[in-house]
Design a protein around this ligand. Structure first.
Ligand code: ATP
Ligand code: MG
Length: 239
């Protein structure tokens, strides 16, 4: 018997999206496999963050279609520079906000909510920072708090925009291990990344250039030297 067709968490067909007077994604036909890790790779400005906003449902398509297998709100960890650190929130508050998707901000948290929050802080190695203000953390510590927040949402689709950019090797490996664990638990993970080592460890890869999909598939098939040269217009052995 042939193997069952791969289950897709998201299917985009001829999708187009962008901002007022600035079309970005063009004729994008791509899929995101379920319970696996997808890496979105491409140069600055190629549309990675825009694509994640589309997958998150916060940016509407202007043409084409998107089918999503998950009906609950996706978890979404924004690109680092986009997150303000001026709110007077502790790390525990921040991670707890991940539970609002289930309870709403004004409902009492259940003991289950609390244990999810503690477990997610533990998995990201930030339990000792729980009482600290988000704004007084280092960039890497803050990033781990934001990943813990997204994880605490326990969404079927977990989107992360460059979650390991600027992190030291240990923090980076810690986050990648958390994403691997989430995928093993059945979560569909999509991460935009400039880290080709991380991208090569993913199950599936979407390669973008100028808002168009250049290639998709297994990372070793997509991230060839030739494709990368074509994308960046110069040898990228050192990228
Ligand atoms: N809010 C916005 N309003 C208008 N244009 C935007 C907005 N956000 C992004 N753009 C433009 O859309 C294009 C794609 O941007 P996007 O942020 O998706 O790229 P990216 O691949 O995530 O880049 P990076 O690697 O720098 O994060 C760029 O030309 C950018 O200038
Ligand atoms: Mg981006």
């Amino acid at each position: 018997m042939p193997p069952p067709p791969e289950q897709q968490a998201v299917e985009l067909r001829s999708a187009e999206a962008g901002y007022p007077l600035r079309p970005v994604l063009r004729q994008l036909t791509a899929s995101v496999p379920q319970s696996a890790i997808t890496a979105v790779v491409g140069p600055n400005g190629s549309g990675k963050s825009t694509l994640l906003s589309v997958l998150a449902g916060v940016l509407p398509l202007t043409a084409g279609t998107m089918e999503r297998a998950h009906t609950s709100r996706p978890g979404f960890v924004l690109q680092r520079s986009a997150v303000s650190d001026t709110f007077p929130l502790t790390v525990r508050d921040t991670v707890t906000m991940g539970r609002w998707a289930h309870r709403g901000p004004w409902r009492r948290l259940t003991s289950h909510d609390r244990s999810v929050v503690e477990r997610c802080m533990d998995r990201l190695g930030i339990s000792d920072l729980a009482g600290r203000q988000l704004g007084e953390l280092s960039g890497g510590q803050r990033q781990r708090a934001l990943v813990a927040q997204g994880l605490a949402q326990e969404a079927g689709l977990f989107l992360l925009d460059e979650p390991t950019t600027g992190l030291d090797i240990r923090a980076k490996e810690g986050i990648l291990a958390v994403l691997d664990g989430a995928a093993a638990d059945g979560v569909t993970v999509v991460q935009a990344t400039h880290d080709l080592v991380a991208a090569r460890q993913a199950d599936h890869c979407l390669l973008l250039r100028d808002g168009r999909l250049v290639a998709q598939g297994a990372p070793d098939v997509v991230l060839t030297d030739e494709a990368l040269r074509h994308i960046w217009d110069f040898p990228v052995a050192a990228v």
